[in-house]
Design a protein around this ligand. Structure first.
Ligand code: ADP
Ligand code: MG
Length: 221
């Protein structure tokens, strides 16, 4: 499903090269869930961006559903992302000019699965029934993130990548968003890689790894 092999990533900074990932290898099987922890600045978002093909490694290979992400030209990478990946970020990244239902449909249509039943089922599962015609700014943070999760899962991707999905929410909304995320991931048999600071988020997942000084370590919670 997803495999990183001996991945290295260094950023050029005014202070000189900053080595963020050194010889990182990781495999995620279909349907498996993995938490990625580590201190702020340890390279978690960098790893997620590389896994999504949003950035390229200096060395090493990244394979998603059998395709070597780094060797694909950008249009093919974008297609792979669209068809195989759902992305959820800490800042919800909804389209502000589109209503709830259109934010959801946008993604489903991109994947050519404009299935009205599936969209209305999702709206109900997201707890957004009756709010279909609202705009993102008219929703609470928790509602926006639930919508972002629904949008990411609408095309039924093979893998969901989530970067601190509850990082911007209060404890109650974070709990609701986490429950929704886990139950929808389970229901759609999607694999999950979630970056988080929270043990509460990491605990129910199959495995937990931490980034430390550029290396990945197995972590027992
Ligand atoms: P985390 O998500 O674990 O907080 P990041 O992957 O965002 O960590 O960042 C890891 C390190 O790389 C940090 O020191 C950060 O400042 C630096 N960094 C991230 N992106 C860039 C970039 N585009 N250019 C230069 N440095 C970056
Ligand atoms: Mg980060």
């Amino acid at each position: 499903m997803l495999e990183l092999r001996q991945v290295h990533k260094t950023y050029a900074t005014p202070q000189g090269p900053l080595r963020v990932l050194e010889d990182v290898s990781l495999r995620l099987a279909a349907g498996e869930s993995l938490a990625l922890m580590g201190e702020s600045g340890s390279g978690k978002s960098t790893l997620l961006h590389l896994a999504a093909g949003l950035d390229l490694p200096d060395q090493g290979t990244i394979t998603l559903e059998g395709q070597n992400v780094a060797s694909l030209p950008e249009p093919a990478r974008a297609k792979l992302r669209r068809e195989q990946l759902g992305l959820v970020f800490q800042q919800f990244h909804l389209v502000p000019s589109l209503t709830v239902i259109d934010n959801l449909r946008l993604q489903a249509r991109l994947a050519k699965r404009d299935d009205a039943d599936w969209a209305s089922y999702l709206i109900e599962r997201l707890g957004l029934t009756g709010l279909e015609k609202r705009y993102p700014e008219q929703l609470s943070g928790g509602q926006q993130q639930r919508l972002a999760i629904g949008r990411a899962l609408a095309p039924r991707p093979a893998l969901l990548l989530a970067d601190e999905p509850t990082g911007n929410l209060d404890e109650t909304s974070a709990g609701e968003v986490l429950d929704l995320l886990l139950s929808l991931v389970h229901e759609t048999q999607c694999a999950l890689l979630v970056v988080t600071h929270s043990r509460q988020v990491a605990a129910p997942l199959d495995r937990c790894l931490s980034l430390r000084l550029g290396h990945l370590l197995d972590t027992v919670l």
